[in-house]
Ligand binder design. Structure first.
Ligand code: HEC
Ligand code: HEC
Length: 466
């Protein structure tokens, strides 16, 4: 992709870059400035967690300009849906909206702490409203129904931004679950012909077996990719870590190319700027994002307590598992990451109990993550199915319900404006449980909603960074 777009060698590009930055108009410069965080700054021990989180917030909230490397190079007709040569609106060379180039910084979309207040409460790392939905990789948007389907048609993904609160606990759970599944896979490999159950933290991911010649039989695997890497991030459950997600977010939304993805000194999108996001800056962004405060639950009384019982009784908790626990309080950070080997290449660790994330500890020395999810993908039925043309179109990772009181609109595309709409939209594997909710008496329905409204977002996340 890089070579076809640029048709050039690294050294020529470097020369271009130097001349491009030399041509910054008088009084203008990159919004990031010259004080950049390197990986050595972080691994050298000279920065506290607070310093690193501040450096991460800078990447999260700086409105990147073209001197930082915002945007792509010239349009690439061979691939108009991906970073590096996407078209722009009215060919204005800056913003499109469809297929990204849709914001100058992360905070634009992740900024609502609570939608339950009027006006809404601002928060660093919050959710986005429907106007912040990402419009991901359509090749066809048929608004006036030339396809004669009786409705407009869109073949990309239309996705509403979730919050980043508590993601450190979620990432740690995912890593520990991955480690468990990898051990079970090794066990199956060493005993060809035996079907080994895949279970971690009480969540079943089906079974795995190997043939006598060592071929993996994946037909019994459920709710996780065949690589057995648990991927909590993205509504599809397609990213193992926040770092992996952040790389894609920088590229998709802003055409900011992290050196970790495109290579140091390489101009990945042909816009004349290299090292748009340094490895150290990506690390700071990752550490910032995984040390945001966790959502909080209010004390359950009366109807809420009854609602929480009904939530379990009718089977909501089969997928929305109220609480998962970890073995340790320490989230480790790796560079580069090897997703099926979560403890490879560790360069940093953060204590999620003592730090700002503030998770409660277990007697076993881990943390409690009250996320209301099994971190597993489920078939949600035809009603919610996407039109991306992907085998997983009807599957989503169980949405985490912590904070749900504050995060309307709901579901992957934000189509539900109330909790009741969200619940009644459940289909597929969740259809029977949805019908049980629908059959509840009004008093019991109200109790479930009252319970869900005790699940709150953190009040002032990241205030210590301002
Ligand atoms: C145009 C709006 C928009 C912008 C700008 C944006 N995001 Fe997001 N973000 C989203 C959407 C939509 C999702 C859900 C994506 C999905 O489900 O695949 C998301 C999901 C995420 C997630 C995964 C959360 C989870 O729990 O699954 C992370 C982490 C994240 N964004 C980080 C960032 C970072 C870092 C930036 C800046 C580089 C950024 N986002 C910029 C809209 C945005
Ligand atoms: C088979 C697994 C499963 C069961 C059972 C289930 N859910 Fe869900 N739930 C999901 C998935 C997956 C999503 C995300 C769907 C999407 O994004 O389109 C979701 C989304 C939600 C949301 C919206 C979350 C958000 O942030 O958008 C709410 C609220 C919710 N579920 C409540 C419930 C309640 C209440 C019950 C019981 C009546 C229930 N769910 C049963 C899997 C399940």
């Amino acid at each position: 992709m890089i070579s076809t777009k640029l048709g050039s060698t690294g050294s020529v590009l470097l020369a271009l870059t130097i001349s491009a930055s030399a041509q910054a108009p008088p009084g203008e410069g990159p919004a990031l400035g010259t004080n950049r965080t390197t990986q050595a700054d972080i691994t050298g021990g000279g920065m506290t967690l607070l310093d690193i989180r501040k450096a991460g917030l800078k990447i999260f909230a700086t409105p990147f300009n073209k001197l930082d490397g915002y945007g792509d190079g010239p349009e690439n007709l061979a691939d108009t849906t991906s970073p590096g040569g996407r078209p722009t609106l009215q060919n204005n060379g800056t913003f499109l909206r469809v297929n990204g180039l849709d914001a100058q910084n992360c905070q634009e979309c992740h900024s609502v702490g609570s939608n339950a207040t009027v006006p809404f409460t601002f928060a660093i790392g919050g959710v986005g409203g429907s106007n912040n939905n990402a419009i991901f990789q359509p090749t066809e948007i048929d608004v006036d129904d030339t396809l004669a389907l009786g409705h407009s048609f869109f073949n990309g993904r239309y996705i509403n931004p979730p919050f980043l609160f508590g993601s450190g606990g979620v990432e740690l759970l995912g890593k520990e679950m991955t480690a468990d599944l990898q051990v079970q896979k090794a066990l199956a490999m060493s005993a060809p012909g035996t079907s080994v159950p895949l279970v971690s933290k009480g969540v079943s991911f089906g079974t795995i077996s190997f043939s006598s010649v060592g071929v993996q039989d994946s037909t019994g695997i459920e709710g996780v990719d065949d690589d057995l890497v648990v991927k909590p991030f993205g509504r599809k459950g397609d990213n193992a870590t926040v770092r992996q997600f952040d790389i894609g977010a920088l590229q998709f939304h802003m055409g900011m190319q992290p050196s970790e993805a495109v290579g140091a000194g390489i101009d990945g999108d042909g816009d004349g700027v290299v090292d748009e996001i340094l490895i150290g800056e990506l690390s700071a962004l990752h550490i910032f994002g995984t040390n945001l405060e966790r959502p909080k639950a209010e004390v359950l009384t009366g109807a809420a307590r009854l609602g929480s019982r009904i939530f379990r009784q009718i089977g909501c908790s089969g997928c929305h598992v109220p609480n998962l626990t970890t073995l340790t309080t320490n989230l480790t950070y790796s560079q580069p990451e090897i997703h099926d080997d979560p403890l490879a290449n560790v360069f940093y660790a953060a204590d999620l109990a003592a730090g700002p994330a503030g998770f409660a500890t277990t007697l076993g020395g881990g943390i409690k993550v009250p996320l209301f999810s099994d971190l597993k993908r489920h078939d949600m039925g035809l009603g919610l199915k996407e039109t991306f043309g992907h085998p997983l179109d009807d599957q989503f990772v169980t949405a985490r319900l912590w904070g749900i009181a504050d995060t309307a609109p709901y579901m992957h595309d934000g189509r539900a404006t109330t909790l009741t709409e969200a619940i009644l939209l459940h289909g597929g594997e969740a259809l029977a449980v949805r019908n049980s909710f629908d059959a509840l008496s009004d008093i019991h329905k109200i109790a479930v909603l009252t319970f869900l409204r005790t699940l709150r977002t953190p009040t002032h996340p990241a205030q210590d960074l301002l």
